[in-house]
Design a binder for this molecule. Structure first.
Ligand SMILES: Cc1ncc(COP(=O)(O)O)c(C=O)c1O
Length: 469
């Protein structure tokens, strides 16, 4: 199943050997692929034009930016053909691998026939795709609305929660990211908020962060205290009845903060007892990335079922897509007016979405996330013993965070150091992202075809970069 991912041929290098070669960086794992020659404008020209014409709020990473012009599976290539190991997958978006052959084929085939008509006519792609996607979800989440992004999916989920319950107040968690636009009101992370009117009827409960949060891992009642806070917020900050509750099972942008065991299940109980519906934002945690389960909400309890699931990013492997899955009853509550989305359900997007679901199965990617992800975490924990700046290694599958702190006791965020490490890693061929409220968490969320040799290289480059601080 995983044959083309090279996992079978790799050799693991023992920690002892690694210790002895610690300053001789390994080279990138072998990869039999030659990028096409690049004949476009120079990097300098692209940067100049970007500064002149692209909106300045479009974020550019790195002090010395790079230009990426091609990708293949877990690797990216710059304009000079230099190869990078992609440890962040276009911000957790490239799920099955850059330019995956199955996805290319599906897109090409559909583009040659029909690119777009809108959903006012019948087309088999939308029905086939929604049927297949629904088969990956718990049975009661049978009805799907297709959109183009995670922001749209969460806006629609909010709208549905309000229409279905007749209540107005929504509860989200601090340190969450659910999008821009109207979804900015759900998002609770100052880096991603503008001082504009937003968040009407939205309240933010304490996020159960057992490392940096108000109640920590040394408190045996920490989870219970977070749940009490949630209920208190409903009783004090709302009319007592809520429309819905939204949470990421692992906070992505927030720095891979994993909801502790028992938290989600009990939070759902509290919300339902106050009339609300429960939304799981699976934009980052969905489609097998967390390894042990297909969806993040199943991570501790396979029987836990939200009322609404929102998806985007990995759903399209780079194609702008999003989806909201819900029950027939909740979906029917929107029957008062037509809800229209020009591109949602586009035949090309549906063909791509279907190819992604098939590739996840055929390439055994959920299983790969579980196996490679636990190896990654183990290797990072080994590094933690060596570098005191690593405060915590956390995550599940191939959704991992490494929190850097100035002092393990005070847990003061090492934000400037994290920025430097990201730059050094990039210079040495590995792309990762920063996250967390203070930008002090290294986020490792590669394409799901990442293999153990890739882990060895990434960890080696991280080790080297940390030693350069
Ligand atoms: C958990 C989560 N939800 C929603 C979104 C918003 O998705 P989009 O950027 O496609 O609007 C993101 C984007 O990073 C996300 O990480």
């Amino acid at each position: 199943m995983l044959s083309h991912l090279a996992t079978k041929t790799q050799k693991t290098i023992s920690p002892n050997i690694l210790g002895s070669i610690k300053r001789n960086l390994r080279s990138l794992p072998p990869f039999d692929f030659k990028p096409a020659p690049y004949y476009g404008p120079s990097k300098e020209q692209v940067l100049k034009d970007r500064l002149a014409h692209v909106h300045p709020s479009v974020l550019l990473y790195y002090e010395k930016p790079i230009m990426i012009v091609q990708g293949k599976m877990q690797y990216l290539f710059d304009e000079k053909g230099k190869r990078y190991l992609d440890g962040i997958a276009g911000i957790v978006t490239v799920s099955v691998g850059h330019s995956h052959p199955r996805v290319i084929e599906a897109a090409k085939k559909q583009l040659e026939k029909l690119a777009h008509t809108t959903t006012i006519y019948l087309h088999p792609n939308i029905t086939e795709y929604c049927k297949l996607l629904a088969s990956k979800l718990p049975k009661k989440l049978s009805h799907i609305y297709l959109v183009n992004s995670g922001t749209e999916a969460n806006e629609l989920a909010t709208q549905m929660s309000r229409l279905h319950t007749g209540n107005y107040d929504m509860v989200a968690l601090r340190n969450c990211y659910h999008g821009m636009g109207a979804a900015m009101g759900l998002t609770a992370h100052s880096t991603w908020k503008q001082p504009v009117p937003q968040g009407f009827g939205i309240k933010h409960a304490l996020n159960p962060d057992l490392y940096q949060g108000a109640f920590r891992e040394d408190d045996p009642n920490a989870v219970e205290k977070y749940l009490k806070h949630l209920e208190h917020l409903i009783l004090t900050g709302t009319a007592g009845q809520v429309a819905g509750y939204i949470a990421e099972p692992i906070q992505g942008v927030g720095g891979a903060v994993v909801m502790p065991k028992g938290y989600l299940k009990n939070a759902y109980k509290i919300i339902r007892s106050h009339g609300g519906v429960c939304i799981s934002d699976e934009v980052q945690t969905g489609f097998g990335r967390t390894g042990e389960s297909y969806w993040g909400f199943q991570k501790d309890d396979p029987d836990l079922v939200p009322d609404i699931v929102t998806m985007a990013k990995g759903i399209g492997n780079g194609q702008p897509m999003g989806a909201v899955a819900t029950t027939k009853e909740i979906a029917e509550s929107m029957g008062g007016a037509i809800h229209f989305n020009t591109f949602g359900g586009n035949p090309v997007s549906c063909a791509i979405g279907q190819a992604v679901l098939e590739a996840i199965e055929e390439d055994g990617l959920q299983q790969n996330c579980r196996i490679t992800g636990s190896y990654l975490i183990k290797e990072l924990e080994r590094l933690q013993k060596k570098h005191s700046i690593i405060g915590q290694v956390r995550g599940k599958g191939l959704m991992v965070g490494v929190e850097l702190v100035k002092d393990r006791k005070t847990r003061e965020p090492a934000s400037a150091e994290t920025k430097k490490v990201a730059e050094l890693m990039k210079d040495n061929g590995v792309l990762i992202a920063k996250g967390g409220l203070y930008g002090n968490v290294i986020r490792i969320k590669p394409p799901m075809c990442f293999n153990k040799l890739d882990v060895d290289f990434l960890v080696d480059v991280l080790d080297y970069s940390l030693s350069k601080l």
